[in-house]
Ligand binder design. Structure first.
Ligand code: GDP
Ligand code: ZN
Length: 296
């Protein structure tokens, strides 16, 4: 299912988009009964109308957290397989801790993260910024829209999957997608800034068929996915290289802050874990602990 407008659902079928409504039985189900990204079964009626008859089991559900609110979690999209975290080499500056935040949210949702540094035309060398993620075992790539560099690698990375692009505003997410698929015409930079004046507070997700193989889910409301709150246990699980190495620390609850026998500290010294990743880990953990105990 690509998008929902009112009670109508746009569904991608056989290379085409059709509009369907929900069969009565499904309407009774709970609130988020059909999500963007869902695989649905359709029935075509004699009068040409199309109804959604059922939903296939989901492989993942991306949830939006509202820490502190009574309605804590809301399903946003189903069956997303990878989160493409995009940052810029410059304009805006590459902030490893901000990137780490987006990557950690992907991990907390059990989704594969791919790290992209865009605007590589503005600096001499993009690869240095990617090194912490390479060490951690992530797929990384460097791109430039005006030079069209890295675009084919990115296309190959999207093929056959449902992907969600996240990252700070202005790093070139829409530009990258538009460059790969000119018909897409996602709103870029200046236009969307202006459109935000008076926009509705909830912006629904929408999925675009991408090339002939993959799908990209977009929603302005989801682009700030990296700012969602995480639980302390989620943070501990969200840095795969720290989690793996940390299992060998002398203390099983080692927080890697100078405890004796800390294998993570050794790995940082030996250049196997980037210092910036450990700093992000500590910052996110402190933040999560403070949020979990607001009185502390
Ligand atoms: P988004 O907010 O992440 O979707 O970012 P946009 O796609 O709207 O891009 C923000 C601005 O950066 C626009 O003015 C783009 O033209 C510009 N931009 C995007 N990609 C590149 C790039 O690779 N190099 C340079 N120099 N500018 C870029
Ligand atoms: Zn340790």
């Amino acid at each position: 299912m690509l998008s929902k407008v009112g009670g109508r659902y746009r569904v991608f079928v056989g290379g085409d988009t059709v509009v369907a409504s929900l069969r009565g039985r499904l309407k009774q189900a709970s609130r988020d009964r059909i999500l963007v990204g869902d695989s649905v079964t359709l029935d075509v009626h004699e009068d040409g109308s199309i109804t959604i008859e059922g939903v296939e089991p989901r492989t993942s559900i991306l949830k939006r957290r509202n820490p502190g609110k009574s309605v804590g979690v809301r399903a946003v999209a189903a069956n997303i397989e990878q989160i493409v975290v995009v940052g810029a080499a410059r304009r805006p500056e590459w902030h490893p801790h901000l990137i780490d935040r987006f990557v950690a949210v992907a991990e907390a949702n059990q989704l594969t993260a791919v790290i992209v540094i865009n605007k590589c035309d503005l600096v001499e060398d993009c690869n240095e910024s990617l090194q912490p993620y390479q060490l951690a075992g992530y797929s990384v790539l460097a791109t430039s829209v005006p030079r069209r560099s890295g675009l084919e690698t990115l296309r190959a990375q999207l093929a056959g999957r449902i992907s969600l692009f996240t990252g700070p505003t202005g790093v070139g997410k829409s530009s990258l997608l538009n460059a790969l698929q000119p018909g897409l015409r996602l709103r870029t930079g200046e236009v969307s800034e202006r459109a935000q004046v008076g926009r509705h507070t909830t912006v629904a997700a929408e999925m675009y068929p991408f090339g002939n193989a993959g799908f990209v889910v977009d929603t302005p409301g989801l682009r700030d996915v990296g700012l969602w709150g995480l639980e302390p246990q989620e943070v501990e699980a969200a840095f795969p290289e720290i989690r793996r190495t940390g299992s060998e620390c002398r203390f099983h609850d080692c927080r890697h802050r100078g405890e004796p026998g800390c294998v993570v500290a050794q790995a940082v010294e030996r250049g196997r874990i980037a210092p910036s990743r450990l700093e992000s880990f500590h910052a996110l953990l402190d933040e999560a602990i403070r949020a979990a105990r607001p009185w502390a």
